[in-house]
Design a protein around this ligand. Sequence first.
Ligand SMILES: Cc1cc2nc3c(=O)[nH]c(=O)nc-3n(C[C@H](O)[C@H](O)[C@H](O)COP(=O)(O)OP(=O)(O)OC[C@H]3O[C@@H](n4cnc5c(N)ncnc54)[C@H](O)[C@@H]3O)c2cc1C
Ligand SMILES: NC(=O)c1ccc[n+]([C@@H]2O[C@H](COP(=O)([O-])OP(=O)(O)OC[C@H]3O[C@@H](n4cnc5c(N)ncnc54)[C@H](O)[C@@H]3O)[C@@H](O)[C@H]2O)c1
Length: 492
Amino acid sequence: MALTLRPDLAIIGSGSGNSLITPFWDDKQVVLADKGIGATGAFGGTCLNVGCIPTKMYVRPSALSRVPQEAAQVGVTIGAAVADWPAIRDRIFARIDAVSEGGREYRENLDNVTLLSETVTLTGPKTFRTQTGGSDTEVQADQLVIAAGSRPILPDIPGMDLPQVHTSETIMRLDDLPGRVLIVGGGYIACEFAGIFSGLGSDVVQINRSQGLMTQLDDDISDAYSAEAEKNWSVRYQRTLAAVEPLERSSSGQGPGPESVRAHLVTSDGRAEELEVDIILVAIGRKPNSDLVGAAEAGLDLHPDGRIAVDEYQRVLSGGQPVEGLYALGDICSAAMLKHVANHEARVVAHNLENPHNLRPVRHYAIPSAIFSYPEIAQVGLTEAQADETIGAENVTTKTQKYGDTAYGWAMEDSYGIFKVIADKRSGEILGAHAMGYQSSNLIQPIIHAMSFGQDAYTVARGQYWIHPALMEVTENALLGLDVPVPENAPL
Ligand SMILES: Cc1cc2nc3c(=O)[nH]c(=O)nc-3n(C[C@H](O)[C@H](O)[C@H](O)COP(=O)(O)OP(=O)(O)OC[C@H]3O[C@@H](n4cnc5c(N)ncnc54)[C@H](O)[C@@H]3O)c2cc1C
Ligand SMILES: NC(=O)c1ccc[n+]([C@@H]2O[C@H](COP(=O)([O-])OP(=O)(O)OC[C@H]3O[C@@H](n4cnc5c(N)ncnc54)[C@H](O)[C@@H]3O)[C@@H](O)[C@H]2O)c1
């Protein structure tokens, strides 16, 4: 028999959606539905279980494994690093699994929250249906938030169901460090895992369709990063994966191990190549889960890439009009699939759910991101090409500061770090920044701050002390190198 729940609020997705259950709802009824994520069906969404947090917890040991190399450049000999994959993996997931399980238990034990650990499908704009314990449950909510995220894309080619073929959802739980890894893709996930595995000691081959890695970034950064990556692991451009086949150990016990696979690659000019590896990571993008929740069938508007369409208040659109009390947030609707964006949208949605007569808009300006690869990359705002197109190249000023030309860069013996700032030469307005190098995700924060609060480049550079000789002088010097006006009574 069908059970019908009529909560004040229903949420699909326990990632960023979980944070919507504020004290405001303590005396009201909430339904939270999540099917679980990754190999363990975990509670709490992508970032915690299979995304930002575990990847960065792998980045740290991988970076430490490179210390002997870096130390040698400044005259210190350290013995070869040995990465203990099971120990690294277990440290990471002991912490993460406990947080995820604790989060699930907390929600299960709240009197005002019903947790449905099932896949749910919309039956109308604010109703959905699930199967729990063998009986249908229908949820008819006063207000509904769709925060169902995104999932990895797998190409439709032979061999994608082999156990050696992974996405970011499974690769972090491997039994052992793989000897030979093929990474398919040249974006965020591919570049982060290429950095992780090569640092820990695997032989990494990364293939990408285009010429260059992270080609969506500013050209100078994409070029510089690609050049560094080529030094640190094997990179092959203009190739795609066509098929994967399993390889068996020969009867003589010789040849590839029982768990190897042969990857069939195709070059852009049609040549076939083969590669034997232990595992393959496919990281060619993610798609929004709007199909999983049945958004189109429920009459919701979708972008061509499958994202749910929302207005500036994160209200879901149907026939071009916002549906009252229906919101979406995070990867399922956002152009920027980033956790800090999903978190901001969740704060806006939380406010709007609680204050339907005083809606607040989202702020999608100066959205930064970092790629925690080796080297690390960080970016915010326009690329130089976008700035040229937006305000005319004659009005654009840029400065690229090398880490190696600052005092701390000398201390590090840095040979590759760069920090590029782009500004409007007429006003000093900062339009963007793009950096590659040690801690670039931190060095870029003053630029994000300045762009968010409308501070001009000169004032930011000279209106505050910069600690000498900290690495942050890279950012200061980049700003000082811009050809921008000095405001009247400018700080000295
Ligand atoms: C490997 C990796 C590394 C990343 N690193 C970073 C980083 O360093 N920095 C950064 O800013 N971003 C990073 N991201 C992106 C970031 O993780 C996402 O942008 C963010 O987690 C999205 O949050 P969300 O709430 O929209 O979705 P999610 O956290 O994915 O939550 C959606 C939930 O909905 C559930 N669900 C989906 N469909 C249904 C359904 N029909 N019924 C019931 N439940 C359903 C899913 O199981 C999931 O738990 C990374 C992503 C990946 C994959
Ligand atoms: N540090 C971070 O903030 C972080 C880390 C990981 C993921 N993310 C988020 O997750 C999203 C998804 O990451 P991603 O790396 O999967 O996607 P991506 O969009 O960053 O990169 C996809 C890559 O795959 C290539 N590609 C696409 N189709 C292909 C095909 N058929 N064959 C071969 N190559 C193909 C593209 O050229 C591109 O290089 C990112 O865009 C980002 O928003 C963020």
